[in-house]
Design a protein. Structure first.
Length: 98
């Protein structure tokens, strides 16, 4: 049971970093710091978008447009943090006590 909890926490941590890297990379593309004409940069960017966008799309339906500022990654990061804290502090002691 301990391994399952570690696996869930690891998946949440990896997802957290994918979101952070995806946001930073989108900023770098928006400000022309990196160029999507480079094949490697484009493949990394499209892979991150393929991973992150399906998680952000449902959140964007409920959050109103704030004039070009997208706060859906912040909401998703807060949700992941809440879920991680719940798994570590509440769910894990209950499952490991049995």
């Amino acid at each position: 049971m301990n391994a399952i909890i570690y696996l869930i926490v690891a998946i949440l941590d990896i997802t957290w970093w994918f979101i952070i890297i995806g946001v930073v990379m989108s900023w770098l593309v928006a400000f022309n710091v990196i160029n999507l004409q480079n094949q490697f940069v484009y493949s990394v960017y499209s892979t991150l978008n393929g991973i992150v966008e399906p998680m952000l799309k449902p959140i964007r339906r409920f959050i109103p447009n704030m004039g070009g500022i997208d706060i859906s990654p912040i909401v998703l990061l807060l949700a992941i943090s809440f879920l991680r804290i719940f798994v570590v502090s509440d769910l894990a002691p209950r499952l490991l006590a049995n």
